[in-house]
Write a protein that binds this ligand. Sequence first.
Ligand SMILES: [Zn+2]
Length: 272
Amino acid sequence: MPPRTAVFFHAHPDDEALLTAGTMAMLAAEGHRVVLVVATAGERGLAEMEPGEALGETRLKELYKSAALLGCARVECLGYGDSGLSPKGGSAEERPDNAFIDADTEAAAKALAAILQEERADLLAIYDPAGGYGHPDHVQVHRVGKRAAKIAGTEIVLEATVNRDPLLWLLRVAGRFYKFPPEFDVRTFESAYSPGEAITHRVNVRRYTRQKRSSMAAHASQASGGDSDRTLAVMLKVPRPLYRFVFGTEWYVRRDLPPGARLTHPFDRWPT
Ligand SMILES: [Zn+2]
């Protein structure tokens, strides 16, 4: 396969580690050009540091470290404001002026499309329409990414997701040795991400779980500190053998393929 270019578009630093790190490391190891774009610096993320510019700088540094571990050739931040922590993105008064969820979709899409065109990207990875677990910045990644691919004429659009069937199983297992805080409700995941039958790509990334774990660990500001319910902290507590098993697959939905398509590599053609 001749080297191709894949752009991964994420909302915040650390999202790449959770959803697509194994695929990114795999593509880079195969000689493809991997580009990471985030919409925001994640300056209102969960950390011991106060939300703000300094946290954004710390999180971008963590992002560069993660990207280097995964073999990315380029990292860009579109510079939108992190819409905030609450599941609804915070009230309008709480949000920064340039919050990503308030951004003009067309303008944001053009900024991303410019990178896709410059890179002559063959593939763009975004999120599913629900934005995974529903963070508004993630829903916006879907909208902006879809439009950007259209503007740039990017051939392959993959929606990064999670097969919710094993995820629910993991959360129930994790619940046995890790005490989730009361506000963490496993049942909310019953409608998050995608059911197994909707998934078109199951990418085996077991060979890259070491990089994936290092990428998660690079986001230290999100994995340690006060609150105990952050996703990364939970994920990093998963024992290594189980981690390899649970995080050994990454899932995508490609909407232009017929139902029932089952592929194992982002650049696979259908029918195979
Ligand atoms: Zn995020």
